[in-house]
Design a protein around this ligand. Structure first.
Ligand SMILES: Cc1ncc(COP(=O)(O)O)c(C=O)c1O
Length: 385
């Protein structure tokens, strides 16, 4: 697929039925459209596909190591896209972000708690328990139809030095891109209490409005950088989640050594091929990404407009990601997730994110599939009124 200068190329996507796809396999043999797990249906940029073909035709799949040129590409990317100067030695490679979230909890295993905001991507809620840590959930609040942090409840919270704060920025599932002011306020709060910060920025390249820009939390000042573990990956942006390649950026040498010790013997290196694909994506995928963002913005606007017609649903237009958060608690049914499945649409269940009665819709699919799913939802909702 060539997508140079043309976002309509995303109108076509490969058929993933029978292809070992987690997303599509869940409903194989059933007439249920899969709009759940955070994985897009599109083909990756052609340079990434070519890199995969080259690596596979070589035919040797031995252990790999990260090429210096990829490290350079990450450093350049942080500078060019986010005005963030990082050093090569700060980068630690991992084969996935969920294991990185768990490593962060392991680093802080002597803490009294791990603090996060809800709703939230489910591994934020489960990782602390893997290390017998208490998970403190602070509900986000709505301000002008946008979810943000509740600084009043943060101020009331009792914490101990060394406790871990886990932020998702941009936020899955609500799509908030935290502003510099919000980050500065949170930074003060973290510094006053001497906490450790894990900032999961896996969705940082998927900001939908051109007027907004991703600001890595650790880039806003050196004091917060000293307490921060930033997590990034090409996987959501370029649709490479099945290739397992992500990285932590940790400027504080002592914290970085602790992080590596906690990985040791448990966390393997990313697969050799994933380094080649990541480099191809970072070096050649920007045109594709620009077109993707235009397409996703169109999908978002379309889905929000359609779903807003239903007075019993509250829909929160995301500033980033391809995920749409929906409050379905006003519907006269006890399990909206199950209800829409029975009507042929497979969404993510808000219960898993700490918000029963809510739904998450993945619009990283062709417009025609989205239209079909929205038509089914419209029909299902009309049966309830
Ligand atoms: C915020 C967030 N972190 C981590 C992940 C998972 O990353 P990985 O597949 O690399 O473990 C996701 C996937 O949806 C995510 O949304």
């Amino acid at each position: 697929m060539s997508t140079d200068g043309d976002s309509s190329a995303f109108d076509v996507a490969p058929c993933r039925i029978g292809r070992n796809s987690l997303k599509w396999g869940k409903y194989e043999g059933k007439d249920i459209l899969p709009l759940w797990v955070a994985d897009m249906d599109f083909e990756s940029p052609k340079e990434v596909v070519e890199a995969a073909m080259q690596a596979s035709s070589f035919g040797n799949f031995g252990y790999g190591r990260c090429p210096d040129s990829l490290v350079d590409a990450v450093v350049e990317r942080c500078r060019i896209l986010y005005d963030w100067e990082i050093e090569k030695s700060w980068i630690v490679w991992l084969p996935g972000m969920v294991c990185a979230l768990n490593v962060c909890c392991r680093v802080c295993r002597d803490a009294s708690q791990v603090i996060t905001q809800t709703p939230i991507y489910p591994p934020f809620l489960s990782a602390p328990g893997n290390f017998d840590l208490v998970c403190t959930r602070l509900p986000m609040i709505l301000k002008d139809e946008r979810f943000t942090l509740d600084f009043d409840s943060l101020d009331e919270l009792f914490t101990q030095p060394g406790d871990l704060f886990m932020l998702c920025h941009p936020h899955n599932p609500v799509g908030t891109v935290f502003t510099r002011e919000e980050l500065a306020k949170l930074s003060n709060w973290i510094l006053e209490r001497s906490l450790v910060l894990c900032s999961d920025e896996i969705h940082c390249d998927l900001i939908l409005d051109a007027a907004q820009k991703h600001q890595p939390f650790a880039s806003i000042d050196s004091l917060i950088a000293d307490r921060a573990i930033t997590l990034m990956a090409p996987s959501k942006t370029f649709n490479l989640p099945g290739f397992g390649c992500s990285y932590a950026i940790i400027s504080n040498g002592e914290l970085r050594r602790k992080f590596k010790r906690c990985m040791s013997g448990i966390v393997p290196d990313p697969p050799a091929m994933s380094f080649s694909l990541t480099e191809a994506a970072y070096r050649s995928g920007e045109g594709w990404r620009t077109n993707l963002l235009a397409y996703l913005t169109g999908n978002r606007n379309f889905a929000v407009e359609e779903l807003k017609k239903h007075s019993k649903l509250e829909v929160y237009s995301p500033e980033a990601t391809y995920l749409l958060w929906i409050d379905a608690t006003k519907l006269p049914i006890s399990n909206p997730h199950r209800y829409f499945e029975t009507k042929g649409v497979g969404l993510s269940d808000g219960r898993d994110f700490g918000a029963p009665g809510f739904l998450r819709l993945n619009f990283g699919c062709t417009r025609s599939l989205l239209q079909k799913a929205l038509d089914r939802m419209d029909h299902a909702l009309s049966e309830l009124s």
